[in-house]
Structure formats: C-alpha cells, structure tokens
Ligand binder design. Structure first.
Ligand code: SAM
Length: 234
C-alpha cells in the first residue's frame, strides 16, 4: 500500500480534489448509509465527557468532529485537519452552526500543532491515504496529552470467506456508481485498490505499538469490512 502510494505521488490529492463536492453523497451510496453507524460506533467507543479536546485528522467534511460535539453537547473542542481545501470548505459550510470547531489545512504526517495538546486523536478512513503510516502514528502520539487516546476507523480485512466474496464483487460496482454520481470512476478504482492493499488488523496493532501506543486493541465491524483500533499514550 505504502509503495503503491509512493509510486503514485499526487494521486491521493487528485482523487479528493475530484470528489469533495459529492463526497458525502457518494459515501451514503457506496456504504448504503452504514458509514454513519461505523462513525457513531467510534464515538461510542470513545465515550467522551465534557471539556475534552479532539483532533480529527483526515477530517474530510467533518463527520467525526460533528458527532463529537453533538455527543458532548458542544462543551468540548475539536480541531479538524485535512490537506484538501475543498473538503475543508465543504465541512465549514456543513458545520457552520458549530462554534467550538477549528479547521487546519495540513497533512497527517507533519501536524502544525504543539506536543501534548489533545485528549483524543481520531482518524477515520484517512490512515490508508497517508503516505507514511509511521510518521502519521508518531505525530498522533506527539500531539496527544499523556493519558490521551488514539482511535482509528479504517477499512480492514474481512474474516469470513463468503462475506469476502460478496464484498469483492460488490466493490467492482463502486467505480461505476462513481461514474454515475461524480462523473469519473478513477477515484473509486483508487479507493478499491487502496483498501485491498492496506495492512490487516494485527499489522496496524504492531505499528501502533512500534510508535509507543499502549493498551492497543481493535474491534471489527460488519465482519471486518472495517475495524476500529484504539491505543493510549501513557
Ligand atoms: N474522515 C472523513 C470521513 O470519515 O468521512 C474523510 C475520509 S476521506 C475517505 C479521506 C480524507 O483523507 C480526505 O479528506 C483526504 O483529503 C484526506 N487525506 C489524504 N491524504 C492525507 C494525508 N496525507 N494526511 C491527512 N489527510 C489526508
């Protein structure tokens, strides 16, 4: 996966430049709305209390930030980070009623943020797109407070061979749905390839541990189509 991305410099930027205006709509179509349940599950696992701070990296249009603020009745703060200006401007429009939210235009590998700032770090369907997993995880660790929690929602490896067969066939339809909705299937061919080539659940745990996270664990959802990884900075 990393090699695939390194060989295709600029591809990820290009992909999200093409899709940002229809990103939310496409997410609903592709996942049949289930991405909402997965994202809610991440916030349920986090179970945040008031007066906490979150940095949501690869925030896209801000779904995780919104859920976090809703969950804490806006008595909390979120910084949403994404390198794609189009995504950020869609997010700003979508969440214009929310006060405790700031937007930062940056990549995950080099955050323009001080050390030990946040109670939570989230990355939802973003880790797969970064060019350097180790750098992303070490930056996550750096910006978390001691006692802070890392949570990652990402596509993962399906555990059941029948479900895997169905999912692989369904995946072949996704570029065609992209052609219909966004007018281009290439971004969605990238999406499928990046999911196939991404590391598995245990490999991500190993990388988290290598980057100093402790009490690392994961939970599969929808048979492992996605998983939520959790780790702590202690
Ligand atoms: N987190 C949102 C969600 O769950 O709906 C958006 C996920 S979207 C599939 C992936 C996002 O990763 C895009 O907004 C893209 O701009 C962003 N991205 C791409 N490369 C990145 C990088 N190196 N660092 C941080 N974000 C990146």
């Amino acid at each position: 996966m990393q090699q695939y991305l390194q060989n295709k410099k600029g591809l990820v930027e290009e992909v999200f430049d093409q899709v940002y205006s229809k990103y939310d709509l496409m997410n609903d179509f592709m996942s049949l709305g289930i991405h909402r349940f997965w994202k809610k599950s991440l916030i349920n696992i986090m179970n945040p209390s008031s007066n906490k701070s979150l940095v949501d990296v690869a925030c896209g249009t801000g779904d995780i930030g919104k859920l976090f603020l809703d969950n804490t009745r806006e008595r909390s703060e979120v910084i949403c980070v994404d390198p794609n200006k189009g995504m950020i401007s869609e997010g700003k429009q979508k969440l214009s009623n929310y006060k405790n939210i700031k937007w930062v235009n940056s990549a995950a590998e080099n955050l323009p943020l001080k050390d030990n700032l946040f109670d939570y770090y989230t990355i939802s369907f973003g880790l797969r797109n970064t060019k350097n997993l180790d750098k992303t995880l070490s930056e996550a660790y750096r910006v978390l407070k001691p006692g802070g929690r890392f949570l990652c929602l990402e596509f993962s490896k399906i555990q059941n061979s029948n479900l895997d067969f169905i999912y692989k066939n369904y995946s072949k339809l996704i570029p065609h749905i992209g052609q219909l909705i966004v007018g281009d299937k290439k971004p969605y061919e990238y999406l499928i390839k990046s999911i196939e080539e991404f590391i598995n659940q245990q490999e991500l745990i190993d990388l988290m541990k290598k980057n100093n996270f402790t009490k690392c664990s994961y939970r599969n959802f929808s048979g492992g189509i996605v998983s939520i990884h959790s780790g702590w900075k202690i």
